[in-house]
Write a new protein. Structure first.
Length: 298
C-alpha cells in the first residue's frame, strides 16, 4: 500500500513540475524578432579597377579593434594571397585578431588585406616555355589552361594595390605577405626580384617545382644583384612523406637564403610533420607570427 502511495505521489509531483515549467518558462517564449537581427561584420570589401590586370579585383580588408580615422595610430598591413572569404581570409584574420587582444598581445594590431582570386594559376606563376615539368609533380598540362602572369600581378601589387591601401587606410611601413603553394611560389619570386615590397615574407609549402625549379637555380644571383633591404623570411613545410620534391625544394630555398641573403635577411625554417599541404597554412602562420614577433614580456 505504501509503495502505491509513494508511486502516486511521485507521479503527482512530476505533473505539477511539468505544469509549473510551462506556466513560468514556456509562457515567456517569444518568437524570434527579425527586426533586432544584426549582421556580424568582419571586414570591408573594396573593389579596385586594375588597369594593369585589365579586370576589377576584390579585396577584403580587416581593420583592427579600435581603428579610427581620427586616431593618429598607424598599423602594419598583412597582404594575404588566396585571401577570399571562401579561401584563407576568415581563419587568418581570426589568428591576427585573437593574438592582438590586449590580454594576449602576441601579435601587433594589424590590417589584413585578403586578395580574392580570379585565376591564381595565371597570377601566381611566371612565364615558362612549356609545361613538360608538371607530370613530375603528379599534375596534368590541361590543369593549367592559363599561366605565366606573375609579372603583371606583382606590378598590380606594387603600383595599384599597395598605394590604394596606403591612401585609404592608416598604415605604416611594415608590410607582410603570406603565400601558400602557388602563392608561396609568388611570394618567393617577389622576395628574390622585388625584395623592397615587403618587410616580412611568410612562405608556406611553396610550389618551387614550377619551371623545373628555375627560380631556385636563379636565386643566388638574384639575391646578390638585388637590394639590401632588411627583411624577415619564414618558410614552412609540411610532412615530407607527402611530397618529397616540395620538401627538398623548401629546404634548398632556406639554405640559399641563409647563404646569400645577406646580413639583413633573417630566415626561419619550420618543419611541421603533423601537417599536410592542405592544412599547413593555419598552424604555419601562427608559428610564423610567433617567430617574427617574439614576445619578450610575460
Amino acid at each position: 500500500m505504501n509503495k502505491k502511495v509513494t508511486l502516486l505521489f511521485g507521479i503527482l509531483l512530476t505533473i505539477i513540475g511539468f505544469l509549473t515549467y510551462n506556466l513560468f518558462f514556456v509562457s515567456e517564449y517569444k518568437p524570434y524578432d527579425k527586426s533586432k537581427h544584426q549582421p556580424f561584420i568582419l571586414s570591408v570589401v573594396d573593389t579596385i579597377p586594375s588597369k594593369i590586370l585589365k579586370e576589377t579585383r576584390v579585396v577584403n580588408v580587416y581593420l583592427p579593434e579600435g581603428y579610427s580615422n581620427e586616431s593618429e595610430e598607424k598599423y602594419s598591413v598583412i597582404y594575404l594571397l588566396d585571401g577570399g572569404v571562401e579561401e584563407d581570409f576568415i581563419h587568418i584574420t581570426g589568428l591576427v585578431r585573437y593574438n592582438a587582444q590586449p590580454w594576449i598581445n602576441r601579435f601587433p594590431k594589424s590590417i589584413v588585406v585578403g586578395i580574392e582570386n580570379i585565376d591564381r594559376k595565371k597570377d601566381f606563376t611566371f612565364s615558362v616555355s612549356n609545361l613538360d615539368f608538371v607530370d613530375r609533380i603528379g599534375l596534368q598540362k590541361d590543369q593549367f589552361p592559363t599561366y605565366g602572369g606573375s609579372s603583371n600581378y606583382i606590378s598590380f601589387l606594387e603600383n595599384e594595390l599597395q598605394p590604394f591601401i596606403a591612401n585609404k587606410y592608416k598604415t605604416n611601413d611594415q608590410k607582410t605577405i603570406i603565400g601558400e603553394s602557388l602563392g608561396g611560389l609568388l611570394a618567393t619570386e617577389i622576395l628574390l626580384k622585388h625584395r623592397n615590397l615587403f618587410a616580412n615574407y611568410i612562405v608556406m609549402s611553396p610550389s618551387l617545382w614550377w619551371g623545373k625549379e628555375s627560380l631556385l637555380t636563379e636565386a643566388s644571383n638574384l639575391l646578390k644583384a638585388g637590394n639590401n633591404k632588411e627583411v624577415k623570411v619564414y618558410i614552412g613545410t609540411p610532412n615530407k612523406e607527402e611530397n618529397q620534391i616540395m620538401y627538398k625544394d623548401a629546404v634548398a630555398l632556406s639554405r640559399i637564403l641563409k647563404k646569400d641573403g645577406g646580413k639583413k635577411m633573417s630566415v626561419y625554417f619550420d618543419y611541421l610533420p603533423d601537417e599536410t599541404h592542405a592544412t599547413i597554412i593555419h598552424q604555419g602562420v601562427y608559428n610564423a607570427f610567433k617567430l617574427l614577433n617574439p614576445k619578450t614580456e610575460f
